[in-house]
Design a protein around this ligand. Structure first.
Ligand code: SAM
Length: 225
């Protein structure tokens, strides 16, 4: 079973959206599992402190290396081969290709930062790989980790209805998806393109490919070779 372990200061944020719809169904059916570990359990002193002021000064607080490492060590076996992903705006941008490769592995360990982030030494000391969900700053890694989990779980075998739904989606072939239509045939004076109603599958496939290329050129030329 594909398994996710999330280290967080806010375990109550899980499963949250991951417990609903496709991913929630898949969770209930045992296609994947989700476990949360509260970093604060390894916090220090009466207040279970997890953070401290940044060395060198500056605003905010930093999650301590010793506390985060103790939490990881307490809950991860040495033979656990799942990638350890630290959600971070400094990380490698998450792509559909990476999501697909994660979804074919054993699962993921996800670490959610808070405050100004985590002490750099634990990143190296526990082989954490920084992953970003985009060029903007969230207040914590929890929502980012839910994005990552959602993207991976929907690709697990048996989660999506049709086995190949997903293979034609945006980014899967380096292109954005073509426009989609459904009933009614006419809506507020706008019609479904005739070709989609023609029943000619070869022509439909050609039209869709052309539309994908057009949209990608207009909106995301950076995706084109
Ligand atoms: N001081 C950090 C910086 O400038 O890079 C930002 C820290 S942010 C306020 C707190 C936490 O939110 C981060 O440690 C990370 O876990 C998470 N986070 C924020 N933006 C993210 C993004 N774009 N992708 C992934 N995680 C993000």
């Amino acid at each position: 079973m594909w398994s996710a372990t999330v280290f967080t200061l806010y375990p109550e944020m899980f499963p949250g959206p991951a417990g609903m719809s496709l991913s929630g169904d898949a969770l209930a059916r045992g296609i994947w599992s989700l476990e949360t570990q509260n970093i604060r359990e390894q916090g220090l002193g009466r207040h279970r402190a997890v953070d401290d002021t940044p060395a060198g000064g500056g605003p905010g607080m930093v999650i301590r290396a010793d506390v985060l490492a103790a939490s990881l060590d307490a809950h991860l076996a040495a033979e656990d081969l799942r990638p350890r992903l630290l959600m971070s705006p400094r990380g490698a941008p998450l792509t559909q290709a990476r999501v697909r490769s994660l979804s074919t592995g054993p699962g993921v360990v996800v670490i959610c930062g808070r405050f100004e982030g985590v002490d750099e030494r634990v990143i190296a000391g526990r082989q954490l790989e920084e992953v970003s969900i985009g060029d903007y700053v969230l207040s914590g890694g929890e929502i980012a980790s839910l994005v990552l989990l959602d993207a991976c779980v929907r690709l697990l075998p048996g989660v999506m209805g049709k086995t190949d739904s997903g293979s034609e989606e945006s980014f899967e072939n380096g292109l954005l998806e073509y426009p989609q239509y459904t009933r009614p045939r006419e809506w507020e004076g706008r019609s479904i393109p005739e070709i989609l109603l023609s029943g000619d599958h070869a022509k439909i496939a050609k039209w869709r490919h052309e539309q994908s290329v057009r949209l990608t050129r207009e909106r995301r030329p950076d995706l084109l070779p």
